[in-house]
Design a protein around this ligand. Structure first.
Ligand SMILES: N[C@@H](CCC(=O)N[C@@H](CS)C(=O)NCC(=O)O)C(=O)O
Length: 248
């Protein structure tokens, strides 16, 4: 029997929220298509994504990413992963573990939105340059208050997980939330290298998680491949040196 086919729809050219889904599919060695990155004549492109968004029933996605699996079209990153993880064996079987994994993923989603809002504090529809004054006010608060609060929480979650060998957020083995945590740590390190270097001594478990995930054979192969889009100034995690200044 052929493996099931997962069709991921996400904006081309950025890792964005689609990357959380890609990492799980890649770790599992799943059969998937990153649809929008395919040529238009093969059903790819943004137009195909917009069409499916409009046509999806009974409920349209509000925004990418979304996943098509047979007739089912599912949106919201955490929801997509809630669906995929049991199928990809990236979460334990019991209900409690699945709920807690979803809880961690939703907390990561909150954090990702805040990271985005550092460079877009007023509106996503405006350019960064049009809201730079507000960004420059928001960035130090994000670096000094929110990053330590979120990362402190995730660090404690790993430390409190007595069966996780100090590198897993929950349970004894790798779950999809470890992959998502890896992505958030990578994004923050790209966007705010100075702030993350200052924080590194306080988050040894998170540093160990990043190292552990990066060495997973399928993840290492993925990161080295052209399927992994480099971080850039269109994505969620953006590096603007002025937003990563040393504290006053
Ligand atoms: N909560 C949603 C957020 C989805 C979202 O904001 N998608 C972005 C791209 S990463 C988008 O295309 N938004 C369009 C819009 O908000 O109008 C998720 O986690 O998937």
């Amino acid at each position: 029997m052929t493996d099931p086919l997962y069709e991921l729809y996400y904006w081309p050219g950025i890792q964005g929220r689609g990357e959380f889904v890609r990492l799980s599919l890649e770790e599992a060695g799943a059969r998937y298509i990153d649809v929008v990155r395919q040529p238009e004549k093969e059903g790819g492109g943004v137009k195909a994504m917009m069409k499916l968004m409009q046509d999806a029933r009974p409920v349209q996605p509000f925004a990418p990413p979304f996943l098509k699996f047979g007739e089912l079209v599912i949106a919201q990153t955490a929801n997509i992963l809630l669906f995929l993880a049991p199928r990809l064996h990236l979460v334990p079987d019991d209900e409690a573990s699945r709920l807690l994994a979803n809880q961690v993923q939703l907390t990561l989603s909150d954090f990702v939105l805040e990271a985005h809002d550092v460079h877009h504090p007023i509106a996503s529809s405006l350019y960064y340059e049009d809201q730079k004054t507000e960004s420059l006010r928001r960035a130090p608060l994000f670096l000094e208050e929110r990053i330590p609060k979120f990362l402190g929480y995730f660090e404690r979650t790993i430390a409190n997980n007595s069966s996780g060998s100090g590198v897993h957020l929950l349970g004894a083995g790798l779950t999809y939330v470890d992959l998502s945590m890896f992505q958030v740590m990578s994004g923050l390190t790209y966007a705010f290298p100075r702030a993350m270097a200052r924080l590194a001594p306080k988050i040894p478990h998170l540093e160990a998680l990043v190292e552990h995930v990066a060495k997973r054979p399928r993840i290492a192969a993925y990161l080295a491949s052209s399927r992994r889009i480099p971080f850039n100034k269109q994505g969620i995690f953006r590096h603007y040196a002025e937003l990563d200044a040393e504290p006053a």
